[in-house]
Write a protein that binds this ligand. Structure first.
Ligand code: CMC
Length: 382
């Protein structure tokens, strides 16, 4: 047996490729998409423009954005056969399982399905970004026992998502809130789901197969599922005055507080900072539920930062503050992670296409620590 190598458990600190898509400075708490600070994009851009930037590597001209929007808006309708399967499945299955199944059906209805040219992959990426938002809204409708709402091509990407979910045109403010949330979730380097996407695609399968793998990885509570888990924790705390004791008990029991900590950020996640700004307004919300959740969240953040912030580098991440914001615009808890997937689809597609420019099969090693040369005992003698 060879000497035991150094094992980078969880691939922590391992570089496997070069990328020009996102830069995360985990020490300073900075995030850039294609060189632009996330704060600038959240303030000035639309989700559509950010998608273009991430996919094409530059901000679009007006004409380029119009054409991109046209393609997105014309890809919103869900194929009736896919919708039928979703309708059957969504009533019982976890929304992320329904979404994953629906996405893996798409190649059956796409003439570009097995064309792996960059041009075809760009067309498929645009369809995926558009479709996954529609699917997320449709899952919400089906689970709420409501009829499917057909897309409205006069609305923006986020506006249409809310329209397909709620069956009514959203206020400008609500559409903008979702737009910013989608911008903040659009891309984040080689996180678990993006790496999974790339690993699947590095076998030269296809973009639908690759992002289906990405969805599977996003589902878990250590990754995309953390926003749901964080809101469930707020409900479990119940009342603002229970917050400090709840957190103390969790830390004493060595339980993870969902929405805190990050493999890369050892400073305040800049996305969390942007979302926290929404909470200032939500403190004065007309909804008692939103006001209470906000109060609990701000108290939980305070004690966590005091206890673990500077001491251990564990700060709120993007998933911590999302709950009350989503609740305030009518997104049900079970759609948080699918909505994350709808936003991150652009990052997955961009990374997949970039990696394919210089593809190399992903095939790391594990160090075998089991036994060898065991004597085979026939079944009758065991
Ligand atoms: N609450 C309490 N303690 C924590 C937390 C937390 N949320 N996160 C890390 N720690 C502690 C952990 O117990 C360990 O302590 P010790 O050194 O005493 O054993 C130490 O910090 C290191 O933790 P780790 O889990 O080894 O660190 P990691 O680099 O693997 O952590 C993480 C990254 C995201 C898995 C972890 O922080 C975590 O589980 N957080 C909660 C889940 C979460 O919010 N996930 C969303 C991540 S951001 C969105 C995304 O990209 O998906």
């Amino acid at each position: 047996m060879t000497d035991k190598p150094i094992i980078d458990h969880g691939l922590e600190g391992v570089y496997y490729t070069e990328s020009k898509i996102a830069m995360i400075d985990g020490h300073l708490g900075r995030l850039y998409y294609r060189g632009y600070p996330i704060e600038t994009l959240a303030q000035n851009s639309s989700f559509e423009e950010v998608c273009y930037l991430i996919l094409y590597g530059k901000l679009p001209s007006m004409m380029e954005l119009d054409s991109f929007n046209y393609q997105l808006r014309n890809s919103r309708e869900i194929n009736p056969s896919v919708l039928a399967v979703m309708t059957e499945m969504a009533q019982k299955a976890d929304p992320m399982d329904t979404l994953r199944t629906a996405i893996s059906m798409l190649p059956g209805y796409d003439i570009d399905a097995y064309d792996n040219s960059n041009e075809a992959n760009m067309r498929k990426s645009i369809r995926l970004i558009s479709q996954v938002a529609s699917m997320t809204a449709a899952i919400g409708r089906i689970r709420g026992g409501k009829e499917y709402v057909a897309p409205d091509s006069s609305l923006s990407h986020s506006g249409n998502f809310l329209y397909m979910l709620n069956g009514a045109k959203p206020t400008e403010n609500d559409a903008r809130v979702i737009d910013i949330m989608m911008i903040l979730h659009a891309e984040h380097g080689s996180n678990a789901s993006t790496f999974t996407t790339i690993a699947a695609g590095s076998t030269l399968s296809d973009i639908y197969a690759a992002v289906t793998a990405g969805i599977a990885a996003l589902k878990g509570p250590l990754h995309g599922g953390a926003d749901e888990a964080a809101l469930k924790m707020l409900y479990a705390i119940g009342e603002p005055e229970n917050t400090e004791q709840y957190i103390e008990d969790a830390l004493a029991g060595r339980k993870k507080v969902m929405g805190f900590g990050h493999r890369v950020y050892k400073a305040y996640d800049p996305r969390a900072r942007i979302i926290k700004a929404f909470l200032e307004e939500l403190q004065h919300s007309s909804s008692e539920e939103v006001k209470k959740l906000t109060a609990i969240e701000l108290r939980a953040e305070k004690i966590m930062v005091e206890r673990l912030g500077n001491q251990k580098g564990i700060w709120p991440n993007v998933d911590f503050f999302s709950g009350p914001v989503y609740v305030s615009v009518g997104i049900p808890l079970e759609l948080f992670t699918p909505l994350f997937a709808a936003s991150r689809m652009v990052g997955w597609c961009a990374h997949m296409m970039e990696y394919w420019q210089d593809n190399r099969l992903i095939r790391p090693l594990d160090y075998y620590s089991g036994e060898l040369d065991l004597k085979y005992v026939p079944m009758s003698e065991r």
